[in-house]
Write a protein that binds this ligand. Structure first.
Ligand SMILES: Cc1cc2nc3c(=O)[nH]c(=O)nc-3n(C[C@H](O)[C@H](O)[C@H](O)COP(=O)(O)OP(=O)(O)OC[C@H]3O[C@@H](n4cnc5c(N)ncnc54)[C@H](O)[C@@H]3O)c2cc1C
Length: 381
C-alpha cells in the first residue's frame, strides 16, 4: 500500500535511518543482546545523524523537526529490525523529549538538551513502581522539600534505559490530596547521592534494551531539577501519554509488518508435500487475513499520525490505536511462528525473537485493559 502520509523529505530521512540500522546496529546487534545493553557509541552515532533531537529546538542542538512524521519514520525503521532498539531510542527521543523541551526553564534546557540531542546524555522516565503501574495516581515515591534540595524516597521498576540513563524523569508525591495537585516531576541526574540501580531485569525478550529498578534512599535532588509546575506532575504525564501511545502503535505495526514480510518469503520457499506451504488454502487464508489486518490497521494509524501532526489526536484515539495495534501485532506474530514450524520456536530465527519481543506491547505504557477502560469511559460506560 502506498505510504500516503509520508512526503519526499520523510522518505529521504527514512534512508538515513535505514543506513544507520544497517551500518551501526546490525554488525553489533548480537553483542548488544548478549550484554543486554546498547553501546554508548550507538547513541552518539544516532545523535550525530540527528535521530535524537527531532523535538529539540535548534538553539539547543536539535533539529526541531516540528513534524511528528519524522519520529514515525525513526520508529518504523528501528522496529522493523528490533522492537527493543525502538523502545530504548523511542523512550529517549520521543517520550522523554517533550518533558525536557516543554516543561523546562531556559537554564534547564541549556543544561540538558545539547547532551540529550547529541547522545551524550541518555534518558529514561520512571513512573511505574513495584506496587503498581496501571494505577499511576497511587504512586508512593515521595519528594520532600528542604533547604538543601528535594529528598526522594521510594523505588521505581521496569525502567527502560534504567541502568544506563544519565537523566531520569521521576514522578514523585510532593503533597497529600488529589493526584492532579500532589505529584511533581524531577530530573534525577546520574550521580545523585542516594540513587542506586538494581540489576538489569531479566526479560523474556528485547534483550538489547536495558530495563532496571531504581532506588531512592534519601536521594538529594537539587531544587532547580524540578520540571513543570510543582504539584502538576500528574496532568503533565497524562497530557504526554497520548504521544507515547501513538509511538507504541506505530512501532507495533512496523514490527508486525516486518515479520509478516519475512514470513511471506518463507511460505513461498518452504515446501511440504511437494508444494510451497503458502499454497495450502489454510495458510493462504492466514496470510490473506494478516495482510488485511495490517492494511486496515495502517489506515487508522495514519489517520492518527496526521491528527497528531495537526495537534488534534485525542487520548481516546491514541488508546484505540495502541491496544488494537498491539492485538494485531501479537496475532500476526503468533501466526508467523506457526508458519515457520519448528524453526519458529528456535531463538536463532528472527520470527521467534520477534514473538518474544512483541508480547510486551499489550502490557507497557498502559495495558490493553487500561486502554479499553479509556475507550469504554469515552462511550459513557
Ligand atoms: C519491558 C518493560 C519496559 C517498561 N518501561 C517502562 C518505563 O520506561 N517507565 C515506566 O514508568 N514504566 C515502564 N514499564 C512499566 C509498564 O508501563 C507497566 O508494567 C504497566 O503500566 C502495567 O503496570 P504493572 O506491571 O504494575 O501491572 P498492574 O498495574 O499490576 O496490572 C496487572 C494486570 O491487572 C490489569 N488491571 C489493572 N487495573 C485494571 C483495571 N482497572 N481493569 C482491568 N484490568 C486491570 C492490568 O491490565 C494487568 O493485566 C515497562 C514495563 C515493561 C514490561
Amino acid at each position: 500500500m502506498p505510504r500516503s502520509i509520508f512526503e519526499a523529505d520523510h522518505e529521504d530521512f527514512r534512508q538515513t535511518v535505514r543506513k544507520f540500522v544497517q551500518s551501526h546496529v546490525m554488525p553489533n546487534y548480537a553483542r548488544y543482546c548478549e550484554q543486554r545493553l546498547i553501546d554508548r557509541e550507538l547513541w552518539l552515532a544516532a545523535g550525530e545523524l540527528g535521530l535524537l533531537g527531532l523535538h529539540v529546538p535548534e538553539a539547543y542542538g536539535g533539529s526541531e523537526a516540528g513534524d511528528w512524521r519524522f519520529t514515525a519514520v525513526v520508529l518504523e525503521e528501528l522496529s522493523s529490525f528490533s522492537s527493543g532498539l525502538s523502545s530504548s531510542f523511542g523512550i529517549h527521543c520521543d517520550i522523554v523529549a517533550p518533558y525536557l523541551c516543554e516543561l523546562t526553564t531556559p537554564e534547564q534546557k541549556q543544561r540538558w538538551l545539547p547532551g540529550f540531542a547529541s547522545g551524550e546524555l541518555i534518558s529514561a522516565i520512571a513512573m511505574t513502581e513495584p506496587s503498581g503501574g496501571s494505577d499511576l495516581a497511587n504512586l508512593r515515591t515521595s519528594a520532600m522539600r528542604t533547604d538543601d534540595g528535594w529528598i526522594l524516597n521510594g523505588s521505581k521498576t521496569f525502567i527502560t534505559n534504567g541502568s544506563r540513563a544519565d537523566l531520569v524523569v521521576v514522578a514523585a508525591r510532593t503533597g497529600v490530596g488529589r493526584p492532579s495537585q500532589c505529584i511533581s516531576l524531577f530530573v534525577v541526574e546520574r550521580d545523585t547521592p542516594g540513587l542506586t540501580r538494581g540489576q538489569k531485569l531479566d526479560k523474556v525478550g528485547q534483550e538489547e534494551s536495558d530495563t532496571a529498578e531504581l532506588f531512592f534512599d534519601d536521594a538529594v535532588v537539587p531544587l532547580d531539577n524540578l520540571i513543570g509546575e510543582p504539584g502538576r506532575g500528574f496532568p503533565h504525564m497524562m497530557e504526554r501519554l497520548t504521544q507515547e501511545r501513538l509511538n507504541c502503535a506505530v512501532s507495533n505495526l512496523a514490527h508486525a509488518q516486518s515479520v509478516f514480510d519475512q514470513t511471506l518469503a518463507y511460505v513461498k520457499s518452504r515446501k511440504a508435500f511437494g508444494s510451497p506451504i503458502g499454497s495450502f488454502q489454510h495458510n493462504r487464508f492466514t496470510m490473506a487475513e494478516m495482510a488485511t489486518s495490517l492494511d486496515v490497521t495502517r489506515s487508522f494509524l495514519h489517520d492518527c499520525v496526521m491528527a497528531h501532526v495537526e495537534g488534534e489526536l485525542t487520548n481516546v484515539q491514541a488508546a484505540k490505536a495502541k491496544w488494537w495495534s498491539a492485538q494485531v501485532q501479537n496475532e500476526v506474530l503468533d501466526h508467523c511462528v506457526q508458519l515457520f514450524g519448528g524453526y519458529g520456536y528456535m531463538r536463532e530465527t528472527p520470527v521467534a525473537r520477534a514473538w518474544l519481543d512483541g508480547r510486551v506491547s499489550k502490557i507497557w505504557a498502559g495495558t490493553n485493559e487500561i486502554m479499553k477502560e479509556l475507550v469504554g469511559r469515552d462511550l459513557g460506560l
